[in-house]
Design a protein around this ligand. Sequence first.
Ligand code: FEO
Length: 399
Amino acid sequence: MYCVREITEDLYWVGGNDRRLELFENIHPIPKGVSYNSYLLLDKKTVLFDTVDWSICRQFLDNIKGVLGDRPLDYMVINHMEPDHAACIEEVILRYPDVKIICTDKAFMFMNQFGFHVGDRVIEVKEGDTMSFGKHEVVFVSAPMVHWPEVMVTYDTTNGVLFSADAFGTFGALDGKLFNDEMDFDRDWLDEARRYYTNIVGKYGPHVQSLLKKASDLDIKMICPLHGPVWRTDLEYFIDKYDKWSRYEPEEKGVMIVYASMYGNTEAASEDLARRLVEKGMTNVVMYDVSNTHVSYLISETFKYSHIVLAGVTYNLNIYPPMLNYLMDMKSLNLQKRTVAIIENGSWAPQSGKLMRELLDEMKEMTILDEEMSISSAITEEDADSMDDLADSIIDSMK
Ligand code: FEO
């Protein structure tokens, strides 16, 4: 049985949802599931925009059949070759052997690398090429590294629909809803959208900026991404989020305290700092235990807040492993432009402060506050003044 949504009078969502997968890319938890979006245009020619993940292939094929009926499938536009969207290319070819594939030269290269047998049906396109399917004319816009090098987006000049590949995607299954105006996105989806963007595409901010610049020249009426809702209202809201994230600008002035604590003493120091910050008027404070928070959530929150406090024990004369993992992820995702305060703890040879500072120094435009706390095992009344000075220093840096 097919399960589709009508987007316009001749465009259909033919994707599906996966609520069984625990780890997206086998690394990021997705407790709310994920959607794999694919779109089918019924013009003089019929055109499928991307396929879906293997996990929902059968539903996807039923959906295509349900919308096409007895019509053939003429074209398949492959904007992105990552297997969560491209896995079903050969299955589509098996059922519609006359289909032509439209993609970039790099996407064709990836098809061969992944071992797909697509024969001679590929039509290679590049930046600015156009194609008419009848009433609808599209232009292809290259979007390298958003999120792989072969990526393009496709803009329908007839109705202003942008098929945006991974850009403007989110984690989360769709639960029957498809359009952004059918949900409270800011309340229910934004956190997962940020976690998706920052962990999947976050490293490539300049490339996203380049795509946003190209997109600003287009009269976009609707955004059809490969994950999450279709945007048909309030596009500026989400474009603004993408603009901020890809410039590595924080969304909020606030303090995120990330602590690594073995027996609760570094946690207690973090609690003490949080209390002081709030009492001094900075109420936008959040705390995370690095040991029980998946790093994808930490990264997402780090993109959100302006100020970060790293409170970490010394472990084997090094940074505590989960904290090190978080810092390495920050670095590889190109995170920058944050103000950071450091609290170190060590019972006999504290090292974590120096080592965390060294790692932060390797990132771009990080401001590390001079005021540092070094704790010997646990804070005492004697640390009160130092902790107060650290809180003052953070608040001063927010002015
Ligand atoms: Fe959703 Fe880069 O694939």
